[in-house]
Design a protein around this ligand. Sequence first.
Ligand code: NAP
Length: 250
Amino acid sequence: MSTPNRVLITGAASGIGNACVRLFNDQGYIVLGMDLNSPDDDSLFAGFEQGDVTDGPAIDHVINAFEIPTKGLDALVHCAGMTGHGSATEIDPAFWSKILNVNLTSTFLITRAVIPHMQLNGGGSIVTIGSTFSMIARDSMIGYAVSKAGVAHLTRCLAIDYAKDNIRANCVCPGLIDTPMTSHLNAPGHEDVRQTLINAHPMKRPGTAEEVANAIAFLSSDAASYITGQVIGVDGGFTAGKQVVPEARH
Ligand code: NAP
């Protein structure tokens, strides 16, 4: 019998990361998690560490706590992230730095920390999380959109640099997904905004964290052994194109 694969999932206490924890667990992986917060159910983890993915020493601590130098790591799923609104003149430099740090620099820090161990291990898979706004711009979200565009391009760079080491890197780009990150849209008074966002998705519904986790698990598996450097929407068609008014169909 072969040894189960070991996966490190960040943002593991909530939303898409937590759905990955459940799915990878079901698929027999040894699941290691990191998040700012502790998870509701720690029985799903072979190891869990509270920590900040923007903090290099905290990442080093996690690498050592999970004995990655000796036991290796087959897959990284980097889900930790934040969102935030505002155009260039509405946000301040401190917010810009923060969102770039949490979404983009953390991706640089954690991937550069795990890659040497994957190289020694004979390869591995990295899945980063972008957004539909990795691929297209959106109004009033400059920090988020630019950070996620950076994540997509960083992932392509990783794929090219480390293909020689049998390390694959792909970026999953969710559309509107019902998670704690988007739960403010369910608050009274936000119905119109939520519906407008839903309507922008050709499938006319939000996605679930499980639907995103399914794509992440596929990309992390040997079934995706020839897929690397890809930026893949899980977005109900959001990035496929613009819908024109139905009356214009003739
Ligand atoms: P979520 O439910 O808020 O989960 C994200 C988790 O990451 C939270 O537990 C969060 O803690 C944690 N986290 C944030 N900053 C961290 C840090 N510096 N160090 C360690 N952990 C940190 O969000 P989600 O919807 O699952 O989002 C997961 C990823 O998908 C994010 O990168 C997000 O941008 C992306 N995404 C989500 C959607 C969507 O519609 N939900 C769409 C496109 C892309 P706190 O709660 O304390 O911040």
